[in-house]
Every structure is written in structure tokens, then in C-alpha cells.
Design a protein around this ligand. Structure first.
Ligand code: CTP
Length: 402
């Protein structure tokens, strides 16, 4: 395996070749990716091998080519390959293969591998113009786009079948550029270290009961994923959530606000930027019981609470030249409250979020946020959380450069 560092556009790319006359172009794409510093492996459908022999890709990539799940050099090739890959690039992608991807069909080595991918997936379709414009193909592409697959659009031109029209594979340069952008999108955060906090905290009343809040952790996880995709080293300090750790992220699980403070301070020691998206409990029971409280023997009329340490304020006070970003979840007057919070907490930016709005509620998949900084307020449209995360990472990169 080549250098896994994130300093340049290096990366590990799995090229999946499907059965189309443009299959030979996949060899040039492979070369282009290698020239950019990527290590490339190849999986092929059986039909693809009718157009170009696997030996071509084996020689070019320097790795065995996977064409058959049962006759591969490793016992579980689809998992081994997708554990390894940072990007899966289907080039050329036939109408049939796109349809299988959209339906989640895994009936050969190539489709099984794509279904198992935990990394970004890029497809570069190539097919006859009528197959391309068929509403079924377009519907399949919509499904793929909505599940986060990037598409390098085919171009118009003379097709192999003699017809003129859209369906020609995009140029090798376009496919390589799109792959590199998906692999290491701008801004390039390689060499930077991020701390991200996410989720709620649980404050123990006794060993089986706790005080918590409705945070899902989705926003913080999306931020951690975006920072990692841009090449940053990311420590995600997470309260209890049901979410999977994003690829390339180092997660530290915590339960209480006190644990989150300690883990955050430890990670911040080597971070350039902290983005604190966790909904940390402001109060914790002063005297948590060390045994389960019994309602008859020890009736609980009230719980004495004490304030937790403010992690955002603590890190901001010691940030020096580093960047610290906080969130403000408010119900009404979010921007004004965030402006006050910015001054009070001493951070560089607050992401103001009015959680009383339906499109911005706790647990929702979208947010309508405003970036509040000493320079002013920048409202964003309602966006899916991963898109908000992308915008925030771009803003964090600007602050890091400043
Ligand atoms: N935060 C934190 N530590 C806490 C409480 C909050 O780091 N103990 C962080 C959150 O991660 C978020 C920001 O502070 O980035 C805003 O949290 P919020 O609960 O909205 O603010 P509060 O400080 O609790 O202020 P208020 O109760 O007035 O809303």
C-alpha cells in the first residue's frame, strides 16, 4: 500500500469497470489517478472483461483485479476492498449497473463491492443516448444522487453505436478531476487537526436514571465527517447517540458533561480548530445516588442540581491563535441571542439555530442556521445537515487562514 498521508491528493481509489465500449477509458482514468498520487485497485463486471482483459488493469494497477467473489485472492474481497478504499469510482457506469446500484442489488463482485462501500462513491455513466434519456435511468440517477453518490455527467457527441447525442463518457481529465475533488475536496485541510463535539450528555440521577436532551448528534457527526473528507485529522467527542462513526474519524465516547469536558480538553491540546456542536447539559444532579433509588423507601421530591462547566467558554479562554466555534440552539431571536453568546463565550463564531422552526428542529435532517461572528450575521438557506457542515468547514478554513 502506498503512502496513506493526506498531504497531497494521494488516496486509495477503487475503480469499478462495467461492461461498455468505454471500458478502455477506465485504464486512462486509472493512470490519471496514479499520476495524481493515488493508489488504485480495480473490480470488473463479467461484461467489462469482454471489452478489456483484467490483465491490463492488473498490470497497470499492480494489484490483482477482482472479477469474481469466489475466485479472488482474498476470502472476502468486497469487504477487504471497501475497507481499503477511500473512494469508489464506477467508470464507465452502464445503465444496468446504475439501476442495480439504485435498487441495492448485489449479484456479482462489482455490484456487491459497491453496495458494501462506506466511502464516497462517484459514477461516470456512459451509454446510448436513448438509454441515457430513458426516464428510468434518470430516476435511478436521482435515487443515487439523493443517497450521496456523485455523478460525472456524460457529454454529447458521436457514440460508439453511431448515434449522436448525450451518453458519451466524460473526458478522462473530467473524471479524474471529479474523483480527486470527491476524494480531497477544497478547502484542503490536510495537516489540520479538528476537535468536534456532538450529541447530548447524560447526567446521572442514579445508576439507571439520567437527565438528557433531544439532541440526535447528526449535526456534529456531519461536521466531523466533512472535516475528515477535507483531509483534517478529526477527534469526535460524542455523547450517547445511535450514529455510526464517520469514516476516518477518531471517536471518543463520553456520557456526562464532566467527561465531555475532560475529553475535549485533551483533544484540544493538539487541535487547530474546535467545533462544539454538542448539546451539553447545563445542569447535573449534585448528589447522584450510587444505587437505584426506590420510590417507596426514598421518594424523590426534587433533585438538587449544580451547573456543569462550560466547555465552549473554557476552550475559548485558552484558545490563543486557534479557532473555536460554538452553536446556539434557541427558540426565537436566535441571531440576537447568538450575538450575546458570542461575546459571553469568547469564541470566533457561533452557529445560530432556531430549533422552534420545523426545518431546524432537534433531530431533523435539515437546518436553517446563521453564522454569527464579530463581522456580522450570515444567514444560510435551509440545507441538509451535511451541506450545513460543508459550509461550516469552508468557514472554519477561512478562519484558520486568517
Ligand atoms: N456548551 C458547552 N458546555 C456547556 C454548555 C454548552 O460547551 N456546559 C456549548 C455547546 O456545545 C454550544 C454552546 O455552548 O456550542 C451553546 O450552548 P447553549 O446550551 O445553547 O448555551 P448556554 O451556555 O447553555 O446558554 P443559555 O442557557 O443561555 O442558552
Amino acid at each position: 500500500m502506498q503512502d496513506e498521508g493526506k498531504g497531497s491528493r494521494q488516496g486509495r481509489v477503487l475503480v469499478v469497470v462495467t461492461g461498455c465500449i468505454a471500458a478502455y477509458k477506465a485504464a486512462e482514468v486509472l493512470r490519471g489517478l496514479q499520476k495524481a498520487g493515488c493508489d488504485v485497485r480495480v473490480a470488473m463486471t463479467e461484461h467489462a472483461t469482454e471489452f478489456v482483459g483484467p490483465i491490463t488493469f492488473e498490470a497497470l494497477s499492480g494489484h490483482p483485479v477482482v472479477t469474481d467473489l469466489f475466485r479472488a485472492s482474498t476470502p472476502i474481497p468486497h469487504i477487504e476492498l471497501t475497507d481499503w478504499a477511500e473512494l469508489v469510482c464506477v467508470v464507465p457506469a452502464t445503465a444496468n449497473f446504475l439501476a442495480k446500484m439504485a435498487a441495492g442489488i448485489a449479484d456479482d463482485a462489482a455490484s456487491t463491492t459497491v453496495l458494501a462501500a462506506g466511502c464516497p462513491v462517484l459514477v461516470a455513466p456512459a451509454m446510448n443516448v436513448r438509454m441515457w434519456s430513458n426516464p428510468q435511468t434518470q430516476a435511478n440517477l436521482d435515487i443515487l444522487r439523493s443517497s450521496g453518490v456523485d455523478v460525472v455527467m456524460p457529454v454529447a457527441g458521436r457514440l460508439a453505436c453511431g448515434a449522436e447525442g448525450e451518453g458519451k463518457l466524460a473526458s478522462v481529465e473530467q473524471v479524474v478531476a471529479a474523483a480527486l475533488e470527491t476524494l480531497r475536496p477544497e478547502p484542503d485541510l490536510s495537516g489540520r487537526a479538528f476537535l468536534v463535539t456532538a450529541g447530548p450528555t447524560h447526567e446521572a440521577i442514579d445508576p439507571v436514571r439520567f437527565l438528557a436532551n433531544a439532541s440526535s448528534g447528526k449535526m456534529g457527526y456531519a461536521i466531523a465527517a466533512a472535516a475528515a473528507r477535507h483531509g483534517a485529522r478529526v477527534v469526535l467527542v460524542s455523547g450517547p447517540t445511535a450514529l455510526a462513526c464517520p469514516p476516518g474519524v477518531d471517536r471518543v465516547d463520553v456520557t456526562s458533561a464532566a467527561e465531555m469536558l475532560e475529553a475535549s480538553k485533551a483533544a484540544f491540546a493538539s487541535a487547530d480548530c474546535a467545533i462544539l456542536a454538542a448539546a451539553v447539559a447545563d445542569y447535573t444532579p449534585a448528589h447522584p445516588a450510587d444505587h437505584k433509588l426506590k420510590k417507596d423507601a426514598e421518594p424523590l421530591g426534587s433533585i438538587e442540581l449544580v451547573q456543569t462547566a462550560d466547555i465552549l467558554r473554557t476552550l475559548s479562554a485558552e484558545k490563543g491563535g486557534r479557532v473555536v466555534i460554538g452553536f446556539a440552539a434557541e427558540t426565537g431571536d436566535a441571531v440576537a441571542k447568538a450575538q450575546a453568546k458570542l461575546a459571553r463565550k469568547g469564541c470566533d463564531l457561533i452557529v445560530a439555530n432556531d430549533v422552534s422552526r420545523e426545518d431546524s428542529a432537534f433531530g431533523s435532517d435539515t437546518d436553517a442556521v446563521t453564522f454569527v461572528s464579530p463581522e456580522g450575521a450570515e444567514p444560510l438557506p435551509t440545507l441538509a445537515k451535511p451541506q450545513v457542515a460543508e459550509r461550516l468547514i469552508a468557514r472554519a478554513a477561512t478562519l484558520l487562514e486568517a
